[in-house]
Structures are given as C-alpha cells and as structure tokens.
Design a protein around this ligand. Structure first.
Ligand SMILES: CC(C)(COP(=O)(O)OP(=O)(O)OC[C@H]1O[C@@H](n2cnc3c(N)ncnc32)[C@H](O)[C@@H]1OP(=O)(O)O)[C@@H](O)C(=O)NCCC(=O)NCCS
Length: 225
C-alpha cells in the first residue's frame, strides 16, 4: 500500500517536474526503494549510511544512469564531490532531489545547458524564524499574496535551494538565502532571481526558474543556458 502511494505521488510529481524545464532536458521521477547498486563505487559511498539515505541515494543513481543512457552516455559510476554535488561525466550537467517517498533527476548535455538546479520540498516549512531565515523583506511582502502562506514560504525555500544546486558547482562558494532574491509570478508559475553575492559572474546574476505545486509538495527548477 505504501509503495502504491509513493508510486502515485511520483506520477503526480513527474508531470509537475516535467513542466519545470524545456524538452531538451531529461527529467524523471521514481519511488524511493532499496535497490541493488549497479556500481560498487557508488554503493561504497553509502557503506555507513542509514537505510533510508542509502535507498534515496541509490534510487537517484539508478535514475541518473537511465537518463545518461537515454542521452547516449556510457555507463560509469557517478560519485560525489566534497561539496556533495554529483560528479557528472564530461559533457553532462544535472541535478537531483529527494522528498519523502520520491526522487527526481534532471539531466542535460552541457553543450546545451550550463547548469541545472532541481528541488522538491514536501516537509513542513513555517514559522517566523524560518521566514526570516529564508526571506528578505520584499519576499516577506510577497508571502501575503498568491497561494496559502505556508506553501508560499516553501516555494521561496525550494526556489533558493534549486538556485543553490545550479550555481554552487560553478561558483564554488556557499550562498546564503539572503544573497538570493526571488520574485514570484504566480500566474506564470515562474520566479525571477537576482543573485547578490560576491564572486558571482554577471551572467549568473539574473536567472529565471519555474515552479509547480502538487498537494503539499513544491517543485522548483532553474536551468542556466
Ligand atoms: C545541498 C542542498 C542544497 C540539498 O538540498 P536538500 O533539500 O537538503 O536535499 P535534496 O534531496 O533536495 O537534494 C539532495 C541532492 O542535492 C545534490 N547536492 C548536494 N550538494 C550539492 C551542491 N553543493 N551543489 C549541487 N547539488 C548538490 C546531491 O545530488 C544530493 O543528492 P545525493 O546526495 O543523493 O546525490 C542543501 O542541503 C544545502 O546544503 N543547502 C545549503 C545551502 C543553502 O541552503 N543556502 C541557502 C539557499 S541559497
């Protein structure tokens, strides 16, 4: 029953996630499950992990290998940089996210896309402390319009995590929530990003992302061309 529920959730999230990116970006979701690892090098990264973490990591790797093969890349282990980001093969960029029961992966050729950031949030994100941690003043004003306030806060969180995942492998520096300014256009399911952080190239400072809301899940995606 639980497996059926997560499969159902993943199907709903799949179409939401697919709406985040143009069609030249491969995207797929899968229910998180205990899978055997294709590569011992990947399994070794999870040797000391708890069962849930191992399952989400290996489900992500399995999806990643499906995507890489779809794009015509050879099957090789995808390890993890010290920052935590996946070590994509040459010629590839991508992003991974997991929520309670579901994992999603987006992959593209780096000849077509410079970087990708994908995030799905399902947990509760609310309260004044989290609001001030995540949002600057203009974002706090936006929280009052649009969707229910809790989902709105989750949307700002998810949008900023997606931006972080896209930018961190390029800029190699930590980005604080307050260095990323987001303006949400609900009618277009789009968010506009101003990155106000030192050491970030001018062409990476203005980004556009897309979002989708499914039940209590918020999905956000940023593609940098
Ligand atoms: C790395 C981080 C963005 C992951 O987000 P999360 O919501 O906790 O978890 P998700 O399941 O959505 O994503 C996890 C995946 O992110 C990817 N990831 C981890 N570190 C990353 C990095 N530095 N750059 C790009 N991707 C990264 C990994 O693929 C990971 O999955 P895997 O370990 O199974 O391969 C987050 O934990 C983090 O460290 N954030 C700190 C920075 C921050 O929040 N700044 C404020 C926003 S600007």
């Amino acid at each position: 029953m639980a497996h059926q529920h997560s499969q159902f959730q993943c199907v709903a999230l799949r179409s939401a996630a697919a709406s985040l990116f143009p069609s030249n970006i491969w995207i797929e979701t899968a229910p998180i499950q205990d899978l055997p690892s294709i590569f011992p090098e990947e399994a070794a990264l999870m040797a000391r992990a708890v069962r849930k973490r191992r399952a989400e990591f290996l489900t992500g790797r399995s999806l990643m290998h499906t995507g890489l093969s779809f794009l015509g890349f050879e099957a090789n282990p995808v390890l993890r940089a010290p920052s935590g980001s996946p070590t994509w093969p040459q010629g590839v960029t991508g992003s991974i996210t997991h929520c309670d029961h579901c994992c999603a992966v987006a992959i593209a050729r780096s000849s077509e896309v410079l970087a990708l950031g994908l995030d799905i949030e399902c947990g509760e994100i609310s309260g004044p402390e989290l609001t001030s941690m995540i949002c600057n003043e203009s974002e706090r004003l936006q929280l009052r319009g649009g969707t229910a306030s809790e989902l709105n806060l989750k949307l700002f969180y998810s949008a900023k995590e997606a931006v972080y995942k896209a930018l961190h492998p390029i800029v190699h520096r930590f980005l604080d929530f307050h260095e990323i300014h987001v303006r949400v256009e609900h009618s277009l399911q789009t968010f506009f990003v101003d990155v106000e952080a030192d050491g970030v190239d001018d062409r990476l400072r203005k980004l556009i992302g897309r979002f989708a809301i499914v039940g209590n899940h918020v999905a956000a995606g940023v593609a940098i061309f």
